[in-house]
Design a protein around this ligand. Structure first.
Ligand code: GGG
Length: 367
């Protein structure tokens, strides 16, 4: 690949999905190729073609060129059908610089205001929670992905003095709350239980969170068949540990959703299997698919990262592109691998490599 220039796969069908690939940092570079391996394999089965265009946008690029991506990065990405991203962040570049230099501009620029993160305990993986079996943990976190606590409004005053003040203004718009809540309700209508829980903190955060609750109550009226409840975020974290079977769809603000979607997967045995979709539901812009996990500098380069989160994110990408059967075939392959095979990376108690898992899943998706 020419440095800094996108590289395209060699053979391209005219009806191929155009996918922008950003492996990013650390283990992103190890798990993304396995995701592509599995997507290619499922594509052969279901007659779906992909045209992969790789971008080297990363902390490494930042160190060389002073920016995570080029100035016209979003213009370059907007022609793609979807973005397949690995991980962002590496020691040597402050985390807020790498996140706000790549991930956040893509989420915002492309109005990917939904961050959908499924949480599921698979047969064959041991939950750290005593006595939990598959079926007990199976819910979605719908995270608001464009505003809330992740705000760029603020600044510092009296910097470097004893009077130094840092302010960052959380933003909750009616449009922002309503659209993420409607998405959560629509999702719940497609599921058996039809229950939505709202993550709040309206006892302590006494302006924006009562507003969030008010919007939730209003939107709930549009969905009389859906059962609703709300929990303050502190007790909600306790319930996700003690009573995960209570939950089906949880809607939360940007920060609450982010925290819950690390906690949830941790209860399913390993956070490395958790996938994520940054969705622009209107399809005005490409959506972006990435695992919940980060770049894991401690194991990067060792070839032992678990690629399941990346591979499952690929299944979510197929769902979004209208190939639900192919997406479901990937999820079934993950189920079979975990239930019937002993190929496990170290985070799941085994000795297999990232490639071993990718190859095993590519074989299983052949059907
Ligand atoms: N694979 C996604 C990734 O690298 N995420 C890094 C991270 O810290 N994300 C924070 C966020 O999703 O807001």
């Amino acid at each position: 690949m020419a440095k800094g220039k996108p590289s395209k796969s060699a053979t391209v069908k005219s009806n191929a999905f155009k996918i922008a690939v950003i492996p990013g940092d650390g283990i992103g570079n190890e798990v993304v190729p396995e995701g592509i391996r599995v997507l290619e394999a499922v594509g052969r089965r279901f007659d779906i073609a992909f045209e992969w265009t790789h971008f080297d946008w990363s902390c490494e690029r930042f160190k060389k060129k002073g920016a995570m991506m080029p100035e016209d990065g979003l213009d370059r990405l907007k022609e793609f059908d979807a973005i397949y991203l690995g991980a962002v962040g590496f020691p040597g570049v402050p985390d807020h610089v790498s996140l706000w230099g790549l991930l956040i501009p893509i989420r915002r620029g492309f109005q990917q205001y939904i961050n959908l993160r499924p949480v599921r305990l698979f047969e064959g993986l041991a939950s750290p929670l005593a006595g939990r079996k598959p079926g007990d943990i199976d819910y979605y976190i719908v995270r608001e992905n464009s505003e809330g606590e992740y705000s760029s409004v603020g600044g510092r005053m009296y910097a470097g003095t004893e009077n130094e003040i840092a302010v960052q203004q959380a933003m909750f718009s009616k449009r922002g709350c309503d659209r993420v809540m409607r998405y959560a309700f629509d999702l719940s209508m497609s599921r058996k239980r039809r229950e939505v829980v709202s993550a709040t903190k309206s006892n302590g955060i006494s302006i924006s969170m009562p507003y969030w609750d008010e919007r939730f109550a209003d939107i709930a009226k549009e969905y009389p068949k859906v059962k609703t409840s709300q929990f303050h975020i502190d007790i909600l974290t306790a319930h996700l540990v003690r009573n995960p079977h209570w939950f089906d769809v949880i809607v939360g603000s940007n920060l609450f959703g982010d925290i819950l979607s690390d906690l949830g997967p941790a209860t399913t045995g390993t956070i490395a299997i958790a996938p994520g979709a940054n969705i622009n539901p209107e399809k005005d812009y490409p959506s972006m698919f990435e695992p919940v996990h980060g770049s894991a500098p401690d194991i990067a380069g060792k070839g032992i990262a678990n690629p399941i989160g990346q591979i499952w994110s690929g299944a979510m990408m197929l769902d979004h592109l209208g190939h639900r059967q192919a997406g479901a075939a990937i999820v079934s392959a993950i189920e079979v691998l975990l239930a019937e095979h002993d190929v496990r990376t170290p985070d799941m108690g085994g000795k297999a490599s990232c490639k071993d898992l990718g190859k095993a899943l590519a074989e299983l998706v052949k059907g």
